[in-house]
Design a protein around this ligand. Structure first.
Ligand code: ADP
Ligand code: MG
Length: 388
């Protein structure tokens, strides 16, 4: 065994989520060779345990293939996740990354997706918060079984509620059950800002944000208040749903939010008795739309009674049945989202400077002459400000 053979074998090991290998990145050092035994260090920039494990597994396989005997791979990972490299306005600077979960319309499974992705990310070792910013239909407390828990208030700050290893806050936890509020644009903006500024979120790796359906004031305010690291669109496979989802993806583009992917929900039906998968709304129909926006379908989640009962009873499927096919799909989607977030940060992060209002407070952003993109839909300025 020579150092050259070792290096050439290790240069086949890609850094998870990237197209470059660990040797090219300069992560491999202290190679020691004793006969056919090999030991070496890999200094990685991610503290995610699954990244270390994958590198270890791949490196071992590549070295075995060239005849190595005992292989000792010491992975050196930083204790804390890499700081976000994002810039611009951030009114919740203790949160490193923000994932905005959007859909064109309600009822497609946005909250179900937010809950299960948040739990999957937490299961993968991230410190996760879940903000239910759907002020019109705050369903997250029920989906997590915390609908009777009132948060602790500390001065004018509110402590997030803890459930299934994640921090949670929702308008539903702050209002009486069944109450409704009539939201004006300015109130929506204030509510979103308070969710970020006045909730005592910990130092989170990622805050998953379940947005109201559509593209409006809430989305614009969020993008202006914090640098949103990535956006996730939830759709169902029917054509009418896809039309709305396109608007959601277009909004990410207009707000300069990198797209982490599309989740096709209610994609086929898995019969609980036989496990046979049936096609109901169509399946895989979202792919051309994802391609239009240079992204991919990161999970096809079937219609499954256990998903609905899990939501109704506050027992998310990813937590209570982690070995189920559906939970595995959510876990894979979460891994893909995290890889995208790490890649975005490695490439300089995001900057929300370009979407800041350039008009004085109280004046509509729509009067701003400069728009990032030419107007596409009739009568809309594209900022989602809702004033056209
Ligand atoms: N894949 C699925 N299989 C079965 N039921 C689902 C699935 N996804 C969502 N549901 C159910 O559909 C309803 C709407 O989902 P929800 O997540 O509240 O949608 P949204 O937040 O987009 O309005 C809920 O009762 C939820 O439990
Ligand atoms: Mg919802």
């Amino acid at each position: 065994m020579t150092e050259e053979i070792v290096k050439s074998a290790l240069s086949k090991v890609l850094y998870p989520g990237f197209t470059k290998d660990i040797v090219t990145f300069g992560f491999v050092n202290s190679i020691e060779i004793n006969g056919s035994d090999v030991s070496f260090n890999v200094d990685i920039t991610s503290s995610a345990p699954e990244v270390a494990q994958q590198i270890k597994d791949d490196a071992t396989a590549e070295l075995k293939a060239v005849g190595a005997g005992n292989i000792t791979c010491n992975i050196k990972a930083p204790q804390m996740p890499r700081e976000s490299s994002s810039r611009g306005k951030n009114i919740a600077p203790q949160v490193k990354n923000f994932l905005m979960v959007s859909s064109g319309k309600g009822g497609v499974g946005k909250s179900t997706t937010s809950v299960n992705i948040a739990i999957a990310l937490a299961a993968q070792g991230k410190k996760v918060g879940l903000l239910d910013a759907d002020i019109y239909g705050p369903n997250i407390p029920r989906m997590l079984g915390i609908e009777d828990i009132k948060p602790e208030v500390n001065g004018n700050k509110v402590l997030p509620i803890k459930a299934y290893g994640i921090e949670v806050m929702s308008m539903g936890s702050l209002m009486e059950p069944g109450q409704s509020l009539i939201w004006r644009g300015a109130m929506i903006m204030k509510a979103i800002e308070q969710f970020l500024r006045d909730i005592l979120w910990s130092e989170l790796d990622v805050l998953v944000i379940d947005m109201p359906p559509g593209t409006g004031d809430a989305q614009l305010t969020l993008a202006q208040s914090v640098p949103v690291t990535a956006g996730l669109t939830v759709t169902t496979p029917q054509t009418v749903s896809l039309d709305d989802s396109r608007r959601s993806l277009d909004m990410f583009k207009k707000l300069n939010i990198p797209i982490a992917g599309v989740i096709e929900n209610m994609s086929g039906f898995i019969a609980p008795d036989t496990g046979v998968e049936y096609d109901i709304f169509g399946k895989g129909t979202s792919t051309p739309m994802a391609e239009e926006f240079d992204t991919t379908i990161i999970a096809e989640i079937p219609i499954e009674p256990a998903i609905r009962t899990g939501g109704d009873e506050g027992k998310p499927i990813t937590f209570v049945s982690p070995t189920s096919e559906t939970a595995k799909r959510y876990m894979a989607a979460a891994e893909s989202i995290w890889a995208t977030i790490e890649e975005i940060n490695a490439n300089g992060g995001v900057d929300n400077q370009a979407v800041q209002p350039t008009t004085p407070p109280g004046v509509s952003a729509c009067s701003t002459p400069k728009q990032p993109e030419p107007q596409q839909s009739e009568g809309s300025c594209g900022t989602g400000c809702g004033c056209h």
